[in-house]
Design a protein around this ligand. Structure first.
Ligand SMILES: [Zn+2]
Length: 125
C-alpha cells in the first residue's frame, strides 16, 4: 500500500490524485512481465504433459549415447554427447565411461522432468 507523498494518506493502487489533498501521485504500476525474466534468459527444458519417461531416456542412451538427452529435449547437449562418444570410443577407455555417464545422466534428467522440474539445456544429473 502506497502513501501520498504530500499528506501521507493511504492511496489505492491505481489512484492518480490523492483523495485528501488532491496532489498528483506517481502511479507505481507493476510491469506486465515483472518476474524472474530479468537478465539473460536461461534456456530451459520444461516438463511435458504427459511426462517423458526416464526409463525410455535410459534405454535410448543405452543404445546410442546422447539420444536419451535428445529425446528429453536437451538437443544440443545430446548431439555433443553423441559426437563426443564417437570420438571417445576411439580411445577405448573413454567410450565406456561416456556411455555409462550418458545413461545415468539421461535417467536423472528424465526423473527431474517427470517430477515437474525444469532443467537447463546443459544441466547434468
Ligand atoms: Zn495527499
Amino acid at each position: 500500500m502506497s502513501q501520498c507523498p504530500n499528506c501521507g494518506a493511504a492511496l489505492e493502487p491505481n489512484q492518480l490524485r490523492c483523495n485528501k489533498c488532491g496532489s498528483p501521485v506517481q502511479v507505481v504500476a507493476p510491469a506486465p512481465n515483472a518476474g524472474p525474466v530479468q537478465g539473460a534468459p536461461v534456456d530451459l527444458v520444461h516438463p511435458t504433459n504427459p511426462p517423458k519417461s526416464a526409463t525410455t531416456a535410459l534405454i535410448l542412451s543405452c543404445l546410442i549415447s546422447g539420444v536419451g538427452q535428445i529425446y528429453l529435449g536437451q538437443t544440443i547437449k545430446g548431439i555433443v554427447i553423441l559426437i563426443g562418444s564417437l570420438v571417445l570410443w576411439g580411445t577405448i577407455v573413454g567410450g565406456p565411461v561416456i556411455w555409462i555417464v550418458a545413461m545415468v545422466d539421461a535417467h536423472a534428467i528424465g526423473n527431474k522432468l517427470a517430477s515437474g522440474k525444469s532443467v537447463g539445456q546443459w544441466e547434468f544429473f
